[in-house]
Design a protein. Structure first.
Length: 677
C-alpha cells in the first residue's frame, strides 16, 4: 500500500441503543465521503447478528459483516461479527476471536487503539449510545496520535452512559446529536485534505508502534522538519510559552506539528500562519493547544513483555540488595494518568510475594500535566482496563465501582504523585528504579542527554533505568550498562554524573510581539532575605513528594517562603499592610487549627496531630466542608546549607473537595504532616 491510498477511517462504537444511533448517523451522511467506516457493537455471542442488513437500509454505501480479514476501502461500512474483535493492521481489517470472559465489554477500546496506531491523524472515532464505558479508554489513544474524537450528545442517546463516560475523560473534541455527527465528520475530513494540499508541514510520528501492528506507509516516517524549518512554528511556541510558561522548544518538531495540525483541523485553518493569528487573537485557544501537546498514550502493563522481564529478572535482585530497614524507591517519570506507577506497584508486590518479603515501597510518580495527575491521584479507571489486566490482578488490586475500577488503598498509598518538569525541576534521589518510557523519543538530543544524566544522578549505583522500546542511552555508555536490550533496561554504573541542570537556552523569559520581556509570573521574584529560589524549590519539592497536595513552605517565624501551584485557593488577603505570615493569609476557617498545629510542631512533639473541619466560603473551588488532619514530625534529612541558621516547615493544606463532597461534611479524613527541617 502506498501514500496515495491513505484515507480517513472512522471507528463507531455503540451498545444498547447504538443501532438506532447508527441509523440516524448514516441516514444523514452522504454516500461518497472518501472515508471508510468500521462499526463496533456489543453483540450477543450466542446469536447471529443482522446489524449489517439493518444498517444497509440507511445508506447507499456497501455494508458488510467482517467474517475474514479484508482490505478496507473508502465509502464502505464494515461491521463487527458476534463474539469477535476487530483490529487495524496496515490497510487491513483483521477479525480475531474475543478471548475474554463474557460480559467484559472492551471491543470498542481495543479497536480504537489499533485505529490510532495505524491511521494516526487520519483516524476518527465516535462513541454512540450504550451502557457502560467502552470506548472511553481507546479514544485517548486516537487523540494522542493526532486523530479526532467525537461523541453523541448524551441527551440524544437512548442510553447515555457510554457517551457520558467518554466526555468525562476530557478527551472528546466534538459532542453532537447522532444526526449531526456525519456532517461534522465530512467537514473535518475536508479540513484535513486542505491542510495536506496547502503544503503545511507533515506531522512525522515519533511514538513507537507495536511490533505486531503495521503502520500505513507514509504514516511512519522517522524524519522530522528541522527545528527552524518554519518560523511560524517557533512563533506559535513562543506565544504558548508567553501564556502558559510551558516551553516546547526541546520537543521534536514532528511531535509538536502533529498536535498543532489537529487544532488547525478542528478550527478549519489552512496553514501555520493562519493558526498563529488565531492563537494570538483567541486566548481561549491556548488551553486546548497546551492540553493537546501534553497528551500521552498510556496503559496498564503497556508492552507486557517489558514488565514481564522487569518482574522476573530485575525486581527480585533490586529487592534482595536492599539493606535491612531500607525502602524500595522507584520513580515513574512522565506518569500521565498513573497506569505505569500502579503497574510498578503491582509488580513489586508480586515479586515480594514470591519471597515472603515485607520491604516498604515508595513510588514517586511525576508529570507536567496537572489534569492527568488529578486522574492518577483518584486512581479510578474506566472498564477498558480489563483489556490490559488479568482477572487475578483486577481482583487483587482493584475494587469495582459500577462500571469503573478503583485502585485498592494499599496500592494507592505506595504511590505519591507530584507535578514536576523533567527539563527544569531537580530530580528525586537515592532511587532503586527509574522508569521513563516513550518520553525521550519526543525530545531533541540535547534534552535527551540532559535527562539521562539526571536519571543517573537520581539512581543508586546498580539501580535500574527502564526506557521505551524504541529508546536508548545513546553515547552515555559510561553511565549505564545494558541489562536487557530488547526491553530497554539499563543499570546505573558507579561513578559521579553531573547533576543535570535546566537547559538555559530553553527557559529564558519569553518576549512579547514588541520584543520586550514578558512580565514575570506571580511569585517569580523571591522576597529579600529569603533563601535562593532554587534551594527553596528543591526543599519544597521534597515535601510535595511525600504529600502530593497543596502546600506552603514557611520559616520558623511562619513567613511564607514558597507556595505550591494550588495553594492559593486556601489564602485570603485582607485590607491594610501586606503580611508575609502564613497565619495572616490563610483562610480564616483554617487559622485556629493551623496555629495550634504549628505551635505543637515547634515544640517538637513527634507523632502529635491536630484535626478539624472547616466550612469554606463560596468562591472558586469552595462552598463546601473540608475535614482535615495535620500530623508533624521532625525530619532527619539534612537542611540546605543556605538555611543552616533556622528551621523551615512545609505545611500541607486540605485537598480541594470534589463535587460529591460539596455542601456536606466529609466522611473521611486525610492526614497531613507539617514537615520540619
Amino acid at each position: 500500500m502506498n501514500d496515495d491510498v491513505a484515507f480517513p477511517v472512522v471507528g463507531l462504537g455503540g451498545s444498547a441503543g447504538g443501532l438506532q444511533a447508527l441509523m440516524s448517523f448514516f441516514g444523514h451522511l452522504p454516500a461518497s465521503t472518501g472515508m471508510a467506516y468500521v462499526v463496533i457493537l456489543h453483540l450477543s455471542p450466542n446469536h447471529e447478528s443482522n446489524a449489517a442488513q439493518i444498517l444497509q437500509r440507511a445508506t447507499a454505501m456497501p455494508v458488510r459483516q467482517v467474517l475474514a480479514n479484508v482490505a478496507i476501502q473508502p465509502d464502505h461500512v464494515y461491521v463487527i461479527p458476534p463474539h469477535s474483535d476487530l483490529r487495524m493492521n496496515g490497510g487491513r481489517l483483521e477479525v480475531l476471536p474475543a478471548r475474554r470472559p463474557v460480559g467484559a465489554a472492551v471491543a470498542i477500546d481495543l479497536f480504537f487503539r489499533t485505529l490510532a496506531r495505524v491511521h494516526r491523524d487520519l483516524a476518527f472515532c465516535v462513541v454512540l449510545s450504550g451502557t457502560g464505558s467502552d470506548g472511553a479508554t481507546g479514544l485517548s489513544d486516537v487523540k494522542g496520535e493526532g486523530g479526532v474524537t467525537l461523541a453523541q450528545e448524551p441527551g440524544d442517546a437512548e442510553w447515555g452512559d457510554m457517551p457520558r463516560a467518554a466526555i468525562a475523560t476530557g478527551m472528546v473534541d466534538i459532542v453532537l446529536p447522532a444526526a449531526q455527527l456525519g456532517a461534522r465528520l465530512v467537514e473535518l475530513a475536508a479540513n484535513a485534505s486542505r491542510l495536506r494540499r496547502s503544503g503545511a508541514p507533515d506531522p512525522a510520528p515519533d511514538a513507537e508502534a507495536p511490533q505486531d501492528v503495521a503502520v500505513l506507509p507514509g504514516r511512519s516516517s522517522t524524519t522530522s522538519p528541522a527545528p527552524d524549518a518554519d518560523p511560524m512554528l517557533q512563533d506559535i511556541l513562543a506565544t504558548l510559552r508567553l501564556h502558559t510558561r510551558h516551553d516546547f522548544r526541546h520537543y521534536k518538531p514532528g511531535t509538536v506539528i502533529r498536535r498543532i495540525r489537529r487544532r488547525m483541523q478542528l478550527n478549519g485553518l489552512p496553514d501555520l500562519d493562519s493558526y498563529l493569528r488565531y492563537l494570538q487573537a483567541e486566548p481561549a485557544e491556548v488551553r486546548p493547544l497546551l492540553q493537546d501537546l501534553l497528551i500521552s498514550v498510556t496503559a496498564f502493563f503497556r508492552n507486557p513483555e517489558v514488565f514481564a522481564g522487569l518482574g522476573e529478572s530485575v525486581l527480585p535482585g533490586l529487592l534482595d540488595g536492599l539493606a535491612p530497614g531500607d525502602a524500595f524507591r522507584a520513580w515513574s517519570a512522565g506518569c500521565a494518568t498513573g497506569e505505569e506507577p500502579y503497574t510498578l506497584g503491582m509488580l513489586v508486590q508480586e515479586s515480594q510475594d514470591a519471597t515472603d518479603g515485607t520491604v516498604p515501597v515508595q513510588i514517586f510518580a511525576s508529570d507536567i500535566d496537572e489534569r492527568a495527575l488529578r486522574i492518577a491521584r483518584r486512581g479510578v479507571y474506566q472498564s477498558g482496563v480489563q483489556a490490559d489486566l488479568s482477572a487475578a490482578r483486577l481482583a487483587r488490586f482493584f475494587v469495582r465501582e459500577d462500571d469503573r475500577y478503583r485502585v485498592v488503598t494499599a496500592l494507592r498509598e505506595q504511590v505519591v504523585f507530584a507535578a514536576h518538569d523533567l527539563l527544569r525541576d531537580p530530580p528525586f534521589s537515592r532511587l532503586d528504579l527509574v522508569s521513563c518510557r516513550n518520553l525521550l523519543i519526543y525530545l531533541d538530543p540535547a534534552a535527551q542527554a540532559r535527562m539521562l544524566e539526571m536519571f543517573h544522578y537520581a539512581l543508586k549505583p546498580g539501580g535500574c533505568l527502564v526506557l521505551g522500546v524504541t529508546e536508548s542511552i545513546g553515547a552515555l555508555e559510561h553511565l549505564f550498562a545494558c541489562v536487557d536490550l530488547k526491553s530497554r533496561i539499563f543499570r546505573a554504573l558507579p561513578g559521579r554524573s553531573p547533576r543535570a541542570r535546566p537547559l538555559p537556552s530553553s527557559f529564558d523569559a519569553p518576549r512579547t510581539e514588541t520584543g520586550t520581556p514578558a512580565p514575570p509570573s506571580a511569585g517569580s521574584t523571591p522576597a529579600t532575605g529569603t533563601p535562593p529560589r532554587d534551594a527553596a524549590s528543591r526543599a519544597h519539592m521534597a515535601a510535595v513528594v511525600q504529600f502530593a497536595a497543596a502546600s506552603v513552605l514557611i520559616d520558623d517565624r511562619h513567613a511564607v517562603l514558597h507556595l505550591s501551584a494550588t495553594a492559593g485557593r486556601f489564602m485570603t488577603h485582607a485590607g491594610g499592610l501586606p503580611s508575609a505570615s502564613l497565619l495572616d493569609n490563610i483562610d480564616a476557617d483554617l487559622r485556629l487549627e493551623l496555629r495550634t498545629a504549628l505551635f505543637e510542631a515547634a515544640r517538637g512533639r513527634p507523632g502529635a496531630r491536630a484535626c478539624g473541619s472547616a466550612a469554606s466560603q463560596p468562591g472558586p473551588g469552595r462552598g463546601c466542608w473540608t475535614s482535615w488532619c495535620i500530623r508533624w514530625r521532625l525530619s532527619t534529612a539534612p537542611r540546605p546549607a543556605a538555611w543552616s541558621s533556622s528551621k523551615r516547615c512545609s505545611v500541607p493544606l486540605p485537598r480541594a473537595p470534589t463535587s460529591s463532597t460539596r455542601r456536606r461534611p466529609s466522611t473521611t479524613r486525610e492526614e497531613r504532616r507539617v514537615h520540619c527541617w
